[in-house]
Design a protein around this ligand. Structure first.
Ligand code: S3P
Length: 430
């Protein structure tokens, strides 16, 4: 349990946030498949990223920490990884499990993948189906849930695959498996999910590995070489909590430096602009294969927000926080197309609506939509986080803007993506 008291001071100053979690997982996995060593700077060490590290180490990948960098000693595509001696534990991390399934599909051995109670309730058939079509053998509990058993083979059969759900994790699993296929794999993503895997493959292997055409990408097995050290951009999904807090707390003015501004992740900032928030992106630059910038945000009065299904992939992890902000807007917000939110680390759609109500706001989950009437100051109260890191951080932000204190059932789960979240927040408020 953690008690969060209302902010009695504005948030002010300049800060940076840990490296992007999505990019970090990919650096580890693609690094393991590179020829030679990939050096990575600004690697975030949240629990999810550590899960991917430990799984790779269990398969013989050497990962060494130096003062400034993490070195991933790649095995190359031709040399198989080492069969793990026990099931690979992915903890709470859906990205670890789904992307590792793509790697394991191309390894000539059997392996098991398991996770915590939350991950054990998340659907894996969406990944298993295309990987089976490529020739891997996979079994799941009740045909859907972890633990998974996978028996890979190589070469895999190339497939033409259209993403059936808006999931970058599913897309990335097939992209990784495509590196072990006999010929060209085609993947079509009509949802515009995050493209960090595609960018990293282009950076490591050029057009010999990945070509884009409209909403399709074509993958060929060809060696991956790191052209340079990789500096992981700050995670916009972590920065979002400080941005949200600054918007709600009177007098706040903060700048977050070195944040990733990949267009497939910019839905949150775009939504804030539509709400009339004072957010400015400046000092834009490139970092490896990803665009980076500084973000300045000042306390603002917010308009309500309407989100449609097509808006969701670019802000999927920021929906609970946007709902908190919408509760303080002067009118009704409606977010549609939130089916994927129900199968995240928790049912985030229901969890968000309940937590808002627990703090005195009106909110309702209606099918796949969330309706937030807005216009009512948050009171504070007892909030259930369901052990979900994004709910814990979103409702810490809500608690700062409330009239009275808020008690979160479990706030330590923030460490899944952002271990120093509370310390950084306190530093900004002091
Ligand atoms: C992620 C993709 C998204 C996102 C998750 C990280 C990734 O999940 O919610 O936090 O790194 O590919 P889905 O692929 O399930 O949409």
């Amino acid at each position: 349990m953690k008690t969060v008291t209302p902010a009695c001071k504005p948030l002010r100053g300049t800060l940076s946030v840990p490296g992007d979690k999505s990019i970090a997982h990919r650096a580890l996995l693609f690094g393991a498949l590179c020829e030679g060593v990939l050096q990575v700077r600004n690697m975030p060490f949240g629990q999810d990223v550590l899960s991917t590290c430990h799984c790779l180490e269990a398969m013989g990948v050497a990962i060494r920490e130096t003062t400034e960098t993490l070195e991933i000693h790649g095995k190359g595509l031709r040399n198989p990884l080492r069969p793990p001696s026990a099931a690979l534990d992915c903890g709470n991390s859906g990205t670890s499990m789904r992307l590792l399934m793509g790697v394991l599909a191309g390894q000539p051995f059997k392996a098991g993948l398991s996770g915590d109670a939350s991950l054990s309730r998340r659907p894996m058939r969406r990944v298993a189906e295309p990987l089976r079509a490529m020739g891997a053998e996979l079994s799941l509990q009740e045909g859907t849930y972890p633990p998974a058993q996978i028996h890979g083979r190589r070469p895999l059969k190339p497939i033409s695959f259209e993403l059936p759900v808006p999931s970058a994790q599913v897309k990335s699993a097939v992209l990784l498996a495509g590196l072990f296929a006999e010929g060209q794999t085609r993947i079509t993503d009509n949802f515009a999910t995050r493209d960090h895997s595609e960018r990293m493959m282009e950076w490591l292997g050029g057009t010999a590995v990945l070509r884009r055409n409209g909403t399709s990408v074509f993958v060929q097995p060809s060696p991956l070489h790191a052209p340079d050290a990789l500096c992981v951009p700050g995670d916009i999904s972590s920065a979002a909590f400080f941005i949200g807090a600054a918007l709600l707390v009177h007098g706040s003015d903060i700048t977050v430096q070195g944040v990733g501004i990949n267009p497939t992740r910019m839905g949150f900032v775009n939504a804030l602009c539509r709400m009339g928030a004072d957010v400015r992106i400046f000092n834009e630059r490139e970092s490896g294969a990803e665009p980076v910038a500084d973000v300045r945000v000042r306390h603002s009065c917010l308009n309500p927000l309407q989100l449609k299904t097509a808006d969701i992939p670019a802000l999927v992890d920021e929906v609970p926080l946007l709902a908190v902000l919408a509760s303080q807007a002067d009118g009704e917000s409606r977010f549609e197309g939130l089916a994927e939110l129900r199968i995240k680390e928790s049912d985030r759609l229901e969890g968000t609506a309940r937590a808002l109500r627990a703090m005195g706001a009106d909110a309702a989950a209606e099918g796949d939509a969330l309706v937030v009437p807005g216009g009512k100051r948050l009171r504070g109260g007892a909030v259930e986080t369901y052990g979900d890191h994004r709910l814990a951080m979103a409702f810490t932000v809500a608690a700062l803007a409330a009239e009275e204190e808020t008690v979160l059932s479990d706030a330590d789960c923030a460490a899944v993506s952002f271990p120093n979240f509370f310390a950084q927040l306190e530093a900004l408020l002091s």
